[in-house]
Structure formats: structure tokens, C-alpha cells
Design a protein around this ligand. Structure first.
Ligand code: ATP
Ligand code: MG
Length: 417
């Protein structure tokens, strides 16, 4: 038997309802916050990710699904959404349409990682990005939106961690100090961090290795290196969060795995998720659009991981749709007589199902119960010859006779919500 690829999961009926519920909830928040949807290809030229995410990140070094297509072009299944959104913004000149561009997208991402709880090779994200605004209010709005979506989905006890990574003006001095610190630790560090110390010291702080993390308690802190503008920006982001009553925790060692982040960076964590407890992550990436050949416009955004969101969401019990009416037609003449009615009610937007299999009344009533139908309409040979049908309220068990001529009207009146 052929099985699905490791780390790629089917999302089955029973689960899909939860996905749709959370996606609809998120979509409503996005739209209400003034974001518009963008849908992008899952496949892009490899160079896009190499240039935007950074050559020395985990993603680009070891997690990308990259292959040559039939004309020997190197392509990659998108590991994240921001790079593709930036490409589309530049390619389609979207930045010319509005001073501030707010976009969201929902869809699958692909990373070649070790599959475990909350970590898959095909996973899904809700992404939001704002282009063209540098003011701290926008950073705060992005964070508030992410929290609203997660809380809207019933996630509780979320922990918002926030930091500022400085800017090209003040970060180099921090980078040098951190590099010096890391080089001093040399043989105590994992192999990855020794390499990061050379090429991209900030990335070391994001190491998953506990020994490294323990050593980094003594590492220099970015906040001691912030320029006045960065400090001011950060404080104003925090102030907005306070104004709307959002609690946060400053985490001076929080960095993002992606190279293009500047200033605000944040993660939203949920308790009880174990090692993979970051549900959402995001921040500011002012230089990215320009680095990809576009205009010099700032950007800020976030990604919520859908699989982890589902693990912490608190959803209504019954998400599967309940049908309005089940039609139990007994015998082929009854089925044919009732088919136009079913069709019309369906076109009117009602949830109606019927049995084409010619099963017994008992079997059909059982099916109506399983589908949690509000009503069942019973039409057998006797009813046909008397030009009527029996309507049964499935909750109370009360049955009444309805003439066939007025069936559509009376059913529609009764069933419309
Ligand atoms: P992690 O530290 O867990 O590897 P990351 O820094 O690689 O996360 P981001 O690139 O910031 O993650 O992605 C944003 C969010 O997408 C994460 O917070 C998480 O919810 C989700 N995510 C990332 N990778 C995976 C994965 N392999 N499987 C499921 N969800 C994921
Ligand atoms: Mg990762």
C-alpha cells in the first residue's frame, strides 16, 4: 500500500470542520482589521528564499524542499510566506495602490524537519503583513491582531514575549560584541553555534541546544546597544500594548530564525505544548522589500502556526453541519416524485439529504438520526396514493401529514433559519 510522505498529514472529516472554523474566524479578524487576502503559489524560485530568509538560517541550510524541475531550474516549496508576499508586492506593483498595504494569506508551508508533536513537514500558517509603515503603532497593531485571533479561537494563558533587534545603525556593535562572546566559548558550543559565531552570531541565540542556551545567559544584551530611535520605538510599541491591556514579557534574548528582521520581534507561546510551544511569531523587516529589488518600504508581520493553534484552541462542541431535512423515500416511484422537491429546497440553501438506495424505513430513520436531521420527511406508496407526506420532528417525535402540493412552501417556511 502506498502511504503519505513522512511529516505530511491528511486532514480528515471531523478535523476539517475545526480548520474551517478557525480559518473563518481568522479571516474575519483580518478583514475587520483592514487586511486584504492574497493567494500565492506554493512553489517559487529557490533564489527568492536564499536571498530573503538568509543563507545561514536553519531553514535555508537544512530545511528547504528544493529540487530541479525538468528544465533544470532550482525551485523550492515555500518554507514561509513573507518572501513570496514581498515578491508578489514588487512584481505586481501593489505598493503603488496604497500608502499602507495590509495583506494576509492562509496556506501550507513546507520544511524538511524531524516530524513530532506540533512539527510537520507540510504545515499551515495564517500570515499577516503590513507594508509602508514604520511607526510603532503598526507593530503593536500586528501583535494585537495575532493575540485577538488566538484568543478568539479560545486559546488561553498565552504568553507574549517581545524584543527589539535594533537596526542597521546599532546592531553591528551588538553583533561584534556577541561574536566576541561566542568565540570565547568556542569548544563548549555545539557545532552549529560555532559556525553561527563566524557567519551570523545572532542566530546562535535561537539555538535549540540546552547546553548552548545555558551559556547564553551570560551573553551581551541587545538592549545595551540600542540607538535612541530603536529604544524609543520599542517603548512606544510596549506602550500601545499596555493601553489595550495586553500583557507581555520582555525577552532580551529573543531573536528570529530569519535574517531580515529589525527592531520589533515577538513570539506568542502557549503553555502545555511541550517543546514546540511557539504558536505565533513575527516582527519587523524593514530592509527586505528593497533587498528583493523593490522599493525601500518597511514591513512588519506575523505567522500563526495552524497545527499548534488547533492544539490550544477551545472550539464549540458541534462543528459538523446538521442537516435540516432528511427525506426517506420508500420505493422508486416515491423517490422520483420527491426528487424535484429535494432539488428545489437545496437550491434555496437548505441542507437536505435523501437516500437513493431504496433501504427500509428503519434504516433510513437511523441514517437521519446519525446525520442529526431536524426533520425527516417520509414518503411511501400509501402516502403517494393519498397525495401527502409525513413530516417527523426528530427531536419531539411528533409527526404530521402535509399535502404534497403545498410541501415545498410549508417545508421552506418551517426550515429557513
Ligand atoms: P521553531 O522554533 O518552532 O522551529 P520557527 O522559528 O522555525 O519555529 P517560524 O518560522 O517563526 O518558526 O514560523 C512561525 C510559526 O509557524 C511557528 O511559531 C509555528 O507555530 C509554526 N511552525 C513553524 N515550523 C513548523 C513546523 N515544522 N510544523 C508546524 N508548525 C510550524
Ligand atoms: Mg524551525
Amino acid at each position: 500500500m502506498i502511504k503519505a510522505i513522512r511529516g505530511f498529514k491528511d486532514i480528515l472529516p471531523g478535523e476539517t470542520e475545526k480548520w474551517v472554523y478557525l480559518e473563518n474566524l481568522a479571516r474575519k479578524f483580518f478583514l475587520n482589521y483592514g487586511f486584504r487576502e492574497i493567494r500565492l503559489p506554493v512553489l517559487e524560485k529557490t533564489e527568492l528564499f536564499a536571498r530573503s530568509i538568509g543563507e545561514t538560517t536553519d531553514i535555508v541550510e537544512k530545511e528547504m524542499y528544493t529540487f530541479l524541475d525538468r528544465s533544470q531550474e532550482s525551485l523550492t516549496l515555500r518554507p514561509e510566506a513573507t518572501a513570496g508576499i514581498c515578491r508578489a508586492v514588487i512584481e505586481n506593483g501593489l505598493y503603488a495602490q496604497a500608502k499602507i498595504l495590509k495583506l494576509f494569506t492562509i496556506g501550507p508551508m513546507f520544511r524538511y524537519e524531524r516530524p513530532q508533536k506540533g512539527r510537520l513537514r507540510q504545515f499551515h500558517q495564517l500570515n499577516a503583513e503590513v507594508f509602508g509603515s514604520q511607526v510603532p503603532g503598526t507593530d503593536a497593531e500586528i501583535i494585537i491582531l495575532a493575540c485577538d485571533i488566538l484568543e478568539g479561537g479560545g486559546a488561553k494563558k498565552l504568553k507574549l514575549e517581545i524584543n527589539s533587534l535594533g537596526c542597521p545603525k546599532c546592531r553591528p556593535a551588538f553583533r561584534d560584541a556577541l561574536q566576541k562572546f561566542l568565540k570565547g566559548l568556542k569548544d563548549k558550543l555545539c557545532e552549529d553555534c560555532r559556525r553561527r559565531a563566524e557567519k551570523n552570531p545572532l542566530r546562535a541565540l535561537d539555538c535549540k541546544n540546552e547546553t548552548c542556551q545555558a551559556l547564553y545567559n551570560e551573553a551581551p544584551l541587545i538592549e545595551d546597544f540600542w540607538c535612541e530611535e530603536c529604544r524609543e520605538h520599542f517603548l512606544r510599541v510596549l506602550n500601545d500594548l499596555e493601553i489595550v491591556g495586553l500583557s507581555y514579557q520582555k525577552n532580551p534574548r529573543l531573536v528570529r530564525g530569519l535574517d531580515y528582521y529589525v527592531r520589533t520581534t515577538f513570539e506568542i507561546k502557549a503553555p502545555n505544548l511541550g517543546a514546540q510551544d511557539t504558536v505565533a511569531a513575527g516582527g519587523r523587516y524593514d530592509g527586505l522589500l528593497k533587498a528583493l529589488g523593490g522599493p525601500d518600504l518597511p514591513g512588519v508581520g506575523f505567522a500563526i502556526g495552524m497545527e499548534r493553534f488547533l492544539l490550544v484552541a477551545d472550539l464549540p462542541e458541534e462543528l459538523a453541519i446538521k442537516i435540516d431535512l432528511f427525506v426517506a423515500a420508500l420505493g422508486e416511484p416515491a423517490r422520483q416524485r420527491i426528487l424535484p422537491l429535494v432539488h428545489n429546497l437545496r437550491k434555496l440553501g437548505l441542507a437536505v439529504d435523501l437516500d437513493h438506495e431504496g433501504r427500509s424505513l428503519k434504516a433510513q430513520l437511523k441514517q437521519a438520526n446519525r446525520l442529526k436531521a431536524r426533520y425527516t420527511l417520509i414518503v411511501g406508496e400509501n402516502e403517494l396514493s393519498e397525495n401527502k407526506a409525513l413530516l417527523r420532528d426528530m427531536e419531539s417525535g411528533v409527526q404530521e401529514e402535509i399535502p404534497l402540493q403545498s410541501l415545498e412552501d410549508s417545508l421552506f417556511k418551517r426550515l429557513k433559519r
